[in-house]
Design a protein around this ligand. Structure first.
Ligand SMILES: Cc1cc2nc3c(=O)[nH]c(=O)nc-3n(C[C@H](O)[C@H](O)[C@H](O)COP(=O)(O)O)c2cc1C
Length: 137
């Protein structure tokens, strides 16, 4: 069961209600049972999510998420076998955009506007890891 990391971006489907706290409660319980870790970023318009865990568990979780009607235009950015988890302490860490500052965005983007679809897999992952460190401070 190889350790795998998957990264996707999507648009929030405004026709469906989204309550972050409620969704996270059930996602965290499921992820814990599946030994999935990761992080979710949401600015009210778009999602960026990292899922890490066994290949089967990550694949099954991603397919469930991809069928969720709260997403539009879900885009698989990357899915790789990896040697270690980057978010071992988070069954699903969450970042609202209040934790995203211009300087952090500029570090990983060509401008200080965060446009997930125009960022490379490495830049997106770097951004998520920087946000995680901020969250731990
Ligand atoms: C932005 C977003 C992120 C989600 N992340 C996860 C997740 O990390 N793990 C998970 O099990 N479900 C996650 N979900 C929920 C799934 O999409 C889906 O609603 C849920 O797993 C359905 O479970 P059920 O088929 O048992 O009702 C997420 C949903 C959204 C909208």
């Amino acid at each position: 069961m190889y350790l795998t990391r998957l990264l996707y971006v999507s648009d929030y489907n405004r026709d469906r209600p989204f309550n972050a706290a409620q969704m996270l409660k059930s996602a965290i319980a499921k992820n814990r049972a599946n030994q999935i870790t990761g992080a979710l970023w949401f600015d009210g318009r778009q999602f960026i999510q990292v899922l890490e865990g066994g290949r089967h568990a990550v694949s099954e979780t991603y397919h469930r998420i991809a069928h969720d009607e709260r997403h539009n235009n879900i885009e698989l950015v990357s899915c790789n076998s990896v040697t270690e988890r980057f978010f071992p302490q988070w069954s699903m860490g969450y970042f609202g955009d209040t934790l995203t500052n211009q300087q952090t965005i500029l570090r990983y983007s060509t401008s200080d506007k965060l446009i997930p679809n125009e960022m490379s897999p490495d830049s997106l992952l770097g951004l998520m890891m920087t946000l995680e460190l901020k969250n731990l401070e």
